[in-house]
Design a protein around this ligand. Sequence first.
Ligand SMILES: Nc1nc2c(ncn2[C@@H]2O[C@H](COP(=O)(O)OP(=O)(O)OP(=O)(O)O)[C@@H](O)[C@H]2O)c(=O)[nH]1
Ligand SMILES: [Mg+2]
Length: 367
Amino acid sequence: MAPIRFIMLGGFLGAGKTTTIARLARTYQNRGLRVAIVTNDQASDLVDTQTLRAQGFEVGEVAGSCFCCNFNELTQRADELSREGRPDVILAEPVGSCTDLVATVIQPLVQLLGEQFDVAPYGVILKPNHGKRILSGGQHGGFSPKAQYIFKKQLEEADFLIINRADELTTEELDGLAGLLAREAPGVPILRTSARTGAGFDLLLEMLDQRGDFGRRTLEIDYDIYAEGEAELGWLNMSLKAVADEPFALDDLIFGIVTALQTSLVEVGAETAHLKAIGLWEGFSAVANLTSSQSPAELSLASQCHTAAADVVVNARVAIDPETLQNLVQQAVEQACRSAGATCQVTQTQSFRPGRPVPTHRFSAVP
Ligand SMILES: Nc1nc2c(ncn2[C@@H]2O[C@H](COP(=O)(O)OP(=O)(O)OP(=O)(O)O)[C@@H](O)[C@H]2O)c(=O)[nH]1
Ligand SMILES: [Mg+2]
């Protein structure tokens, strides 16, 4: 049996991994291929999983720790997805604060399970304003030195880099960022895409189709700095039910949660890496995102649905202590529910700082 093409796309929180993966999945399906997706998070209740399932994709989830620390669950999810109908392609999205994925995921797949998986070149996606702020130097661009360390390590291990959100930039701005990247990662191909419009995807698909000497850039990395960088983030996943006597606009509720939270996080001066919320009701779904403290919140998927009840999931990754984050999320959710004339019943909340990564395997030597 031919091995399954395994495509993992990395990149920092909010870079556009899920949006890119959804577009790639649709393209592969249109080519007649069977596609499955594996998402990943430090906790359960993932907005990404729900967002991708709402688009009709088959999605397995590795929740509770990252792919590198839970390698066996990654391959188990792949096996389960295969049992339901063997996919030709698996698209995998690692946690956005993870790095060292070549040594801990790609090389173990190649060296231990090479007959089962045919691993594609490893691409790392970046959000232009994030990349520019870090790579142009200055006062750490608003990010801590340890968070920058993780970002730069992510670039260092990539077979190719993807500047996403090209729809928002001029050619000069794209050239400027590509120049900074070329200095940081000499000789590494740099693509320019828009996961929103599909611009640049022909080249991305071509790159992902390549076979050869890829997935070999294993890192020299200081796990103390890496762990401390991840632990600077407060991580929160919350699920709840909003219920009202009269129907409310689901889009307004979801957008309202993210904007209320944005306001309170700006007030306390906390840097947002990614806030996302999804609202679901009977086949309808609304998603809102905020990808930095500087940018506006957006409704990335509109449901145009009015409903008197909805299931809501909120994921927040913010440089703030998790207890404060939990209080602010709770207040934002209550405020948005009140505005919708709804009451909220929180069913689950997990908030914490990510623990030290302890990879299942670490193959730093490439045969
Ligand atoms: N304008 C524009 N927005 C984009 C593009 N790609 C993604 N976005 C938006 O950026 C936000 C984050 O995108 P995601 O795909 O969720 O990012 P991610 O890397 O999966 O984020 P995490 O899973 O939290 O690490 C969403 O609001 C998207 O709609 C793009 O090419 N252009
Ligand atoms: Mg994602």
